[in-house]
Design a protein. Structure first.
Length: 357
């Protein structure tokens, strides 16, 4: 089983490398300085566990596929879409770090500053990182095109599913920004908004559509594809909830980001919603002191984190994760799947929700 996962990772990595090479060759030949936005793209694309790709390929295998070229190209496209999302998210969130190193916009900002160029260095860095993300999206579309050309199923089905996913993620990103822009006093009433963001922005491309695309490219019927979407929606929300727990109390050496960084970014999560709704005035004061404050001291952030945890927020979220995961596993057990593929899928469910980074 692990040998299959290792092979799928290797093939996905090779497809990503080939796709990025196809993007970079003509671009660098015409514009040599484009390496300055290609280098962070390649760094972002090289990291991660490839969980989305593995979900797609495991679903493909579970529905009778053999992880052919079309499925691998789709898996690479998912990871390149993730790369673009990370590059853009780091600009939108004004993040300082990614994968244990500086965020792309910080790298490009530093380049501008070190060379004494004209204009604000931070604006230049943000614009450069957005363009780096745009190139990642172009690479993603190349991979989708390759998958559609090689697939034995209607390519319009695959491209349509991928486009639906991309549309949802984009709308979810706006909803995330919109939720964070609301006055903090509204936080107690934002549960539905926060859940909608998790479903659209994260669950869609982290589990729902990877599972659905894997089934579709294997030739599964529409009911089977829809069943995978239903499983993926639950699993994807559980995945985001785990991310939120790690963003609050995860070990920085493992996650690559400072503990409590989500508070500094002003991110509206179920954890913060729970604490705000169930905590007392002191709890809300500790949260308000750091929420969205980039310059908040480490000590203030620690107090904010402690205040959230003291309300039982992490315990409540762990219960949500468990309930969603159990439901996803139950729905998975009801599907008519290849035994070996189903076993891999169940292992990946564990990897998604029981992780330290």
């Amino acid at each position: 089983m692990s040998s299959s996962l290792d092979l799928w990772r290797h093939r996905t990595d090779a497809q990503i490398a080939a796709t990025l090479a196809a993007v970079s060759r003509p671009v660098v030949e015409a514009v040599p300085s484009a390496t300055e936005i290609l280098e962070p793209l390649e760094r972002y694309a090289a990291g991660g566990k490839r969980l989305r790709a593995l979900l797609l390929l495991a679903s493909h295998r579970a529905h009778g596929g053999e992880a052919g070229d079309a499925a691998v190209a789709l898996a690479a496209a998912l990871e390149l879409f993730q790369t673009a999302a990370l590059l853009h998210d780091d600009v939108l969130d004004d993040s300082d770090t990614r994968r244990g190193g500086p965020a792309a916009h910080r790298m490009i900002e530093s380049l501008h500053r070190s060379r004494g160029w004209a204009g604000p260095a931070d604006d230049f860095g943000a614009a450069g990182a957005v363009l780096s993300g745009d190139l990642a999206l172009m690479a993603c579309q190349r991979a989708v095109g390759a998958a559609c050309a090689q697939a034995d199923v209607d390519p319009a089905l695959l491209s349509g599913l991928f486009s639906d996913m991309a549309d949802l993620v984009t709308a979810g990103q706006y909803a995330d920004m919109r939720a964070a822009a609301q006055p903090l006093e509204h936080l107690a009433d934002q549960e539905d908004e926060i859940v909608a963001v998790m479903r659209a922005k994260t669950a869609s491309y982290s589990a729902e559509y990877p599972l659905a695309l894997g089934a579709a490219v294997a030739g599964a019927n529409p009911d089977a594809v829809e069943a995978m979407r239903a499983i993926g929606r639950r699993l994807g929300v559980a995945f985001q909830l785990r991310d939120d727990v790690l963003g609050l109390v995860g070990a920085p050496a493992t996650t690559g980001k400072p503990a409590g960084d989500d508070l500094r970014e002003g991110k509206r999560t179920i954890l913060v919603w729970h604490a705000w709704r169930h905590g007392d005035e002191d709890t809300r004061a500790a949260i308000a002191a750091v929420m969205g404050d980039r310059d908040a001291s480490d000590a203030a952030v620690e107090r904010g984190v402690a205040a959230v945890v003291a309300t039982g927020a992490t315990t409540a979220v762990e219960a949500r994760i468990a309930a969603l995961t159990d439901e996803a596993r139950r729905l998975l057990s009801d599907c008519d799947l290849d035994d070996a593929g189903a076993a891999v899928l169940n292992d990946l469910v564990t990897a998604l929700v029981d992780r330290a980074a």
